[in-house]
Design a protein around this ligand. Structure first.
Ligand SMILES: Nc1ncnc2c1ncn2[C@@H]1O[C@H](COP(=O)(O)OP(=O)(O)OP(=O)(O)O)[C@@H](O)[C@H]1O
Length: 265
């Protein structure tokens, strides 16, 4: 995969009964880290699950580097080059952390003799080498989250889809994970799409920002452009939180008046 490669979404929509969890999302996600923000229920997890090929859209389509997941051969290739950390990470509770990561590496096409080294590398990357032999059920919540990240990256995918990867993790470990993700994305031909409610963490990590609101794109643009909505600090929130609030306010206003959302692309 090269620099020009990205994820192209065309009118992506997901409907659950009467609820449109995602509505006509058309955008391109390039290499680097794209942070996905939005209120509870905005459609972030739905979008990430779609991109991770865990579900199909009700309408619309997307492709990754020209691979169209509607074609079985493309889907197979795509899944081997993709890592996904879902919001609720499930794994083999009675097996060791190492076994779980080895399994994930193997399931993503790593040759059997290489799985052990790949798993150790991944555990080391997320700071879990010291619990490699421990049963997963004995890990703390934050350790589990990091294990999920290790499973997602063990096969060194070019596309990494992460649903709130830093939730429940203490501040120091959060910093380590941000550093890890930044380094991972800096390989140049890697696409990282991650959702977060910790708006401030995007400044150290993201190159691009996507804000969803009620299933639609409320903002899509560079980190710098997003920041320009932040104005001056008023003591209640950081410039990033203010930018987020401004974008959502404008999105609500635009929705109420039937005009285009802020900065959508
Ligand atoms: N399986 C489902 N059945 C019915 N409705 C669903 C289902 N999954 C999601 N939804 C609805 O779709 C909308 C988007 O949900 P989604 O989980 O994508 O939001 P989110 O932005 O990830 O929220 P959060 O920040 O709380 O994780 C919500 O209204 C949710 O209730």
């Amino acid at each position: 995969m090269n620099e020009a490669v990205g994820i192209d979404c065309e009118s992506l929509s997901v409907r659950h009964g009467a609820v449109w969890a995602l509505r006509d999302v058309t955008l391109r996600i390039g290499s680097g880290v794209t942070a996905v923000l939005g209120p509870n229920g905005a459609g972030k997890s739905t979008l990430l699950r779609l991109l991770a090929t865990q579900c199909a859209p009700s309408r619309g389509s997307f492709s990754v580097g020209g691979l169209d997941p509607r074609r079985q051969s493309d889907l197979n290739r795509l899944r081997l080059d993709m890592g996904f950390l879902p919001q609720r990470f499930e794994c083999m509770e009675w097996s060791s952390a190492l076994r779980n990561v080895e399994y994930s590496a193997w399931a993503h096409g790593v040759a059997v003799p290489d799985c052990n080294e790949a798993a150790y590398d991944a555990l080391s990357m997320v700071g879990l080498s010291h619990v490699a032999g421990m049963q997963v059920r004995k890990l703390s919540g934050g350790m589990r989250q990091r294990l999920g990240l290790a499973c997602a990256v063990a096969h060194r995918p070019h596309v990494l889809i992460l649903d709130e990867p830093t939730v429940g993790i203490d501040p120091r470990q959060r910093m380590d994970i941000r550093r890890f993700l930044k380094d991972y994305a800096a390989q140049g031909d890697v696409i990282v799409v991650m959702s977060t409610h910790i708006v401030d963490e995007i400044q150290t990590l993201a190159s691009d920002v996507l804000v969803l609101d009620r299933g639609s794109v409320a903002f899509r643009g560079s980190l710098e452009r997003f920041r320009s909505f932040g104005g001056e600090r008023d003591g209640l929130g950081s410039v990033w939180e203010l930018a987020y609030a401004t974008v959502l306010d404008r999105s609500e206003h635009a929705g109420a008046h039937g005009s285009s959302p802020v900065g959508s692309a």
